[in-house]
Design a protein. Sequence first.
Length: 614
Amino acid sequence: MERRLTAGAPKREDTTTERLMQEFEQRIVASPPGVCPVDMQLSFLKVCHAQTCGKCVPCRVGLGQLENLLEDVLNNRATLETLHLIKETARNIQVTADCAIGFESARMVLVGLEGFKEDYLSHIHNKRCTASFEQPIPCITLCPAKVDIPGYVALVGMGRYQDAVKLIRKDNPFPTACALICEHPCEARCRRNMIDSSVNIRGLKRFAVDHARADQVEVPKCAEATGKKIAIIGAGPSGLTAAYFLQLMGHQTVVFEEKEQPGGMLRYGIPSYRFPRERLQEDIDAILSTGVDLRCNIEIGKDITYDELKQEYDAVYIAIGAHTDKKFEVEGADSKGVISAVDMLRDIGYGKYPDFRGKRVVVVGGGNVAMDCARTAMRCHAEKVSIVYRRRQKDMTALEAEIEGAIAEGIELLTLQAPKRVEADEKGNVAALWTQPQISGLYDSAGRPSPNRAKKPEERLGCDVILVAIGQEIDSAHFEESNVPVKRHRIVADEFGAVPGEEGIFSGGDCVSGPSTVIRAIAAGKAAAANIDEYLGFHHEMSTDVEIPQPNLSDKLQSGRIHLTDREACERKKDFEGVEYSMSLEEARQESARCLRCDKFGCGVFRGGRESIW
């Protein structure tokens, strides 16, 4: 019998299937928060069922039965016995399935049954989903501060840059800071992903503040004075955000800052090549123009006590941030040349730059602070800069753009290496960092493979300076001494920011959540302002008179995303000037036109309005 072999070219049906699968994946990525979780689970289960070979009974029959049971839940035919049957069926499939598809499908159902328990019960008892039909706008939902993103994107497209800044400022008084350094979680579920890729939201915000400086855009008028005084401890993004909104509500705010200038980690933790200090000052000047009383060089516990603030003010908001470093607990960590990343970046905030000329610098850590330290060391004339991280590169918590920027500037990444001990010379100076090679293991609760010791000998990395960027801590000692509830150095506060057992005391930002992002600190300050206002017996609401443009009804064809570009790496690593270029007018118009206006169509139309905590 004649045997004929194909040349290896893909068949048309294969390429069509691959394209359809990619489009399906795009729709999963773009699924908006707020959809019915039971419905979502059923959809995933059907996809998994379609991928099975059908040879074993657990997959062929069992997954089909699970689909029927979930259909009963959605169609209001289920009882509590149905949930028990779903659990037992999934457990049996998980134990008896021959392949990973059946096992993982059943495991997903079990995880969802536990995680979405209230939603399942709502379908049974109330005959409806807890999400109802109010599907939120994805980008707004994923923005911690709930900024009206489709609104300001449309305003940028119309060339109304001052109105765009005003609209952003309704929910976030740091438009410039977030335009330059926000981690843009809003882009994660942008529905434009269904077509091509997410809208460059941060880039459009950057374009707006570059054409309408925050300190030149008029702030709203303050409401009538209430006669209330609020003390705010900490002039970082959370404290200043709370002060801004409370001041607009008519309450007099007094911000106490330990350092010489306001800004918190925005000034004392982020290098100027990422966020020039003059751009930070634009946001701060706009905030202070509302009448906020800023008092710097005031240390709580020394110049004024927490108890004195409680007596003198109607409410207190504690937003002290995370300004101390985690200890580097390895042998030889006290050697000369082992430097805290937090201390180095703080000194740079004061204008004191280290001289690493001719030195070999090793940075320990894998977050944005580690990248900041490494790129700063390069700009301080280090001979060589290496980053040591105990996990893989893809497991780093730093933004991908920051990692790529560091590599482009000649910084070496040494992954799957855990610091073991510091070797010092006879004078006590750092001579080397010894590391233990790691191997990726089982996934942990954070969804990353755990690093485990590999059966390899320790490795020696010669160096002169070690910058430790393994995390930050909160200095809460004075508050703990004053009986403020503290757990693991963090101030304890409920979901509304109120400190238990302390009348009129609120707290938020990094000192409650632990080190987090700027936009989350801003969101905490915004929520605190609203809750302090309610506590004082008021119900002020923030509004704006900015009119949002109507959507452009032209076809939304596939179009490439506009990416922001950087200065040439060989030049930018020599100085602390800004590294990122803004969009051109042509690029901004094209990018803003890519927005699908979910506030008017699709998921946003069910709400008939915009989300806001006000």
